[in-house]
Design a protein around this ligand. Structure first.
Ligand code: B12
Ligand code: SF4
Length: 489
């Protein structure tokens, strides 16, 4: 494999890597990793060079794009994910496959002094293999890991000897100090003086956590993500990314108590922190005018958390005549006709809503703070708005029965939203349900095999493995057909 010439990608102080996961499932992800982008901006401001490499952007699977709602390229994503999931483990182990060959070349050519792996829980097996490969090719390189798995599975990650250090939670301030230290630029400082990390004590070999890092109170102070820092293995990858959407985050955090969600564990707080409207507008203008981006995804946990601010932001998008289209994640209880109307006028083409279950008992159990009656009564409001809507449903919660799952799947036809995303409950570490299952002795390392499309995962305790697998696969097929109809219409 040859890496595109003409890019100055040699010898960065840090190479951030998104480990290969989706490409092993036959998918490609064009997302720009915002957290890595803002850390690059902070590092550069401190004279430390950094690059981002997303190993999940791959050309082999061009026709099966993961997550591109505005285009009509849709191929039964649930069923195909469910079928390809078993391939993940063997692909991670097969060092001769395309993914690992590409990563090996990238490490050899870039030759970074630090490799920074961004890791979610499903990424852990791949992150381990990547850390080991980095140490094998570049023995002097320091390997650090950040992202949701670092803060929620620290002890487990530190079992991998190829990982030197973890960054726990919000990374912008920590990485600047940590990189400075690892590059030998922070004289008179000890590793343990850096807040918000986990490392192995040099003498005892024990895993040690430093003091927690305070969160950045005013997130307007975080520089915009450095979108130029992502490099591409070839021109095709670059074009794919450039033609994709622009990812933006206008807030961090969500105050709701949903038992299965790791938003609180990942951010270390329930308190949302919001960027000012003008700060967001400035970034949108740059993305629209400088990068010609027309389609945006606001990845906020809850875009409509502050109704007044959401309306203000929409007004400003209209005033600036940005002519963009976008989608965002909302909760059904935060919507009203006036808000939806201005969102539509400002370019909102899709709202994504976590409904989760068709059973009031399950909604209560998972502390969704919604009832099925509230959900159903909001449907006319959404349908009248003219904005497309996607709902997230989940099955397989502990104690859930076949009847309750049927009530959830029944919502596909009953609510008839434009798109449905059906997932299987996965007990992510750091979530209240994970803690409950652990206390009951029902977990072990099984969280590692948890993925929302893996039909082998079954924590119901009420339904046999075989029956649950069939229910899940039938559910996946049903929502795939539903979505396909919507995409074709
Ligand atoms: C956008 C998004 C995606 C995008 C793209 C992700 C990307 N590459 O950026 C897509 C759609 C591809 C995606 C896919 C999935 N996602 Co997602 N995603 C998100 C979302 C909504 C926003 C991510 C983001 O931009 N956050 C904002 C930035 C600023 O935060 P950040 O990325 O965490 O980075 C900060 C710190 O974590 C840290 N950090 C992160 N990486 C590193 C690395 C180093 C070296 C250092 C030092 C620091 C560091 O510093 C950063 C700056 O402060 C989050 C929810 C959330 N609020 O984060 C879920 C979330 C990360 N996703 C989640 C999940 C479960 C998935 C899927 C597994 C779902 C699935 N089954 O398909 C897949 C994973 C497949 C894969 N491996 O890619 C979970 C993770 C749960 C967990 N504990 O692992 C989250 C937290 C949602 C949730 N509330 O449950 N996702
Ligand atoms: S599921 Fe959504 S509403 Fe619930 S805590 Fe997570 S981000 Fe917030």
């Amino acid at each position: 494999m040859e890496i595109e010439e003409g890019l100055s990608i040699k010898n960065p102080d840090i190479l951030f890597v998104i480990p290969p996961v989706l490409r092993f499932l036959g998918k490609s992800s064009e997302s720009f990793p915002l957290g890595l982008g803002s850390m690059v901006s902070c590092l550069k401001a401190n004279g430390i060079s950094a690059l981002i490499y997303n190993s999940d952007i791959c050309k082999a699977t061009r026709r099966k794009m993961w997550y591109w709602p505005a285009r009509k390229q849709f191929e039964g994503i649930h069923t195909s994910f469910a079928k390809s999931w078993p391939r993940y483990d063997s692909a991670v182990k097969n060092k001769k496959n395309d993914g690992w060959r590409e990563i090996r070349s990238v490490l050899e050519v870039t030759h970074p002094r630090i490799v920074g792996i961004s890791s979610r829980v499903v990424d852990i097996p791949s992150s381990f293999a990547l850390a080991q490969l980095a140490k094998e090719i570049l023995p002097e390189t320091r390997v650090i890991v950040g992202g949701p798995s670092a803060i929620t599975c620290s002890d487990y990650l530190m079992k991998c000897r190829a990982i030197d250090c973890l960054v726990l939670g919000e990374g912008e301030n920590t990485i600047v100090e940590l990189a400075g230290f690892l590059l030998g630029r922070a004289k008179n400082k000890r590793l343990g003086d850096i807040d918000g990390i986990c490392y192995r004590d040099a003498e005892t070999g024990q895993t040690v956590r430093s003091n927690p890092r305070s969160l950045i109170a005013n997130i307007d102070q975080i520089p915009f993500p450095d979108r130029e820092s992502m490099f591409f293995v070839d021109e095709q990858q670059r074009i794919k990314r450039m033609n994709a959407f622009a990812d933006v985050l206008t807030s961090r955090g969500c105050p709701y108590p949903c038992m299965f969600c790791c938003a609180h564990a990942a951010w270390g707080t329930k308190k949302p922190r919001l960027r000012s409207v003008e700060n967001v507008i400035e970034e949108l203008k740059i993305l629209h005018r400088h990068y010609q981006q027309k389609f945006f995804i606001f990845w906020d946990d809850l875009f409509t958390y502050d109704r007044k601010r959401a309306i203000h932001l929409c007004r400003r998008i209209i005033e600036e005549n940005l002519k963009i289209s976008w989608l965002c994640l909302v909760r059904i209880n935060t919507l009203d006709a006036e808000l939806l109307e201005i969102m539509k006028e400002a370019g909102c083409i899709e709202i994504q809503i976590g409904i989760e279950s068709g059973s009031n008992r399950i909604l209560k159990l998972i502390k969704k703070s919604l009832t099925i009656e509230m959900i159903k009564s909001a449907v006319p409001l959404i349908k009248n708005s003219g904005i497309k809507w996607r709902i997230f449903l989940m099955i397989g919660f502990p104690t859930e029965t076949e009847k309750e799952i049927a009530e959830t799947i029944g919502l596909v036809d009953e609510l008839n939203p434009d798109f449905v995303d059906l997932g299987i409950f996965a007990p992510y570490p750091g979530t209240p349900i994970h803690e409950e299952l652990k206390a009951q002795g029902l977990l072990g390392d099984s969280f590692m095999k948890s993925d929302m499309y893996n039909p082998e995962i079954n924590f119901t305790g009420t339904i046999s493995k075989k029956v649950f697998r069939k229910i899940a696969m039938d559910g996946f097929a049903l929502v795939d057909q539903h979505n396909e109809r919507a995409y074709r219409s």
